[in-house]
Design a protein around this ligand. Sequence first.
Ligand SMILES: [Zn+2]
Ligand SMILES: [Zn+2]
Length: 218
Amino acid sequence: MIRPARAVRRVGAIALGCAALGFGCSGEKAPNATPEPDTMELPHFKYHPDPIATGSIVKSDATCIVCERARGYIYAAGCYSLEEYEECICPWCIADGSAADKLDATFFDESGVGFEAGSVPPDLVHLIATQTPGFSGWQQERWWGHCNQPAAFIGHAGEAELVAAGPEALQVIRDNTGIEDDGQWADFLSALDADGSPTAYLFRCVECGKLGGYQDCH
Ligand SMILES: [Zn+2]
Ligand SMILES: [Zn+2]
């Protein structure tokens, strides 16, 4: 069967991703070993499923400091490291752990992972810190967890995003603020801003689907 060129390139990208993750891909070998950036699929991050929507990964022609390739996307959120690495790490080098290894960097503070989760196994805490894109907050970021593991980060939320996410999302953040008075809550809610302050951080449990999160301000 003759495949269209685009499909062949996509197979190449997947094979490369699997190899980088160390899974060893049994799929057919792609004839085109270096896929073009615009045909490469982003790696899948279980606990940060849409890092483009959250703004942690952005389209960019910047060259990755780790793999030394311009792969079309770059990490744009914070990094814990001695040196400063601003918008110079590609998502593939985060996914396979090579960025954390080579740069001695983490993308999230381990102490902030898993609040309310029960107990998050150390390897999953480590996975968030070293192989998952982080996100930016006003204060020390926290990664909500549930069912004994980290939850998936959905994104920053203001009033519009919380309303769109539904009553459970609104209740979760209200509970977290501890505001009981309806008027005060209405005021606080209308002040929440996904791109401003205060802002909410919304997560969804990967196991049971429960929403969770917190809010902070500058
Ligand atoms: Zn890279
Ligand atoms: Zn759960």
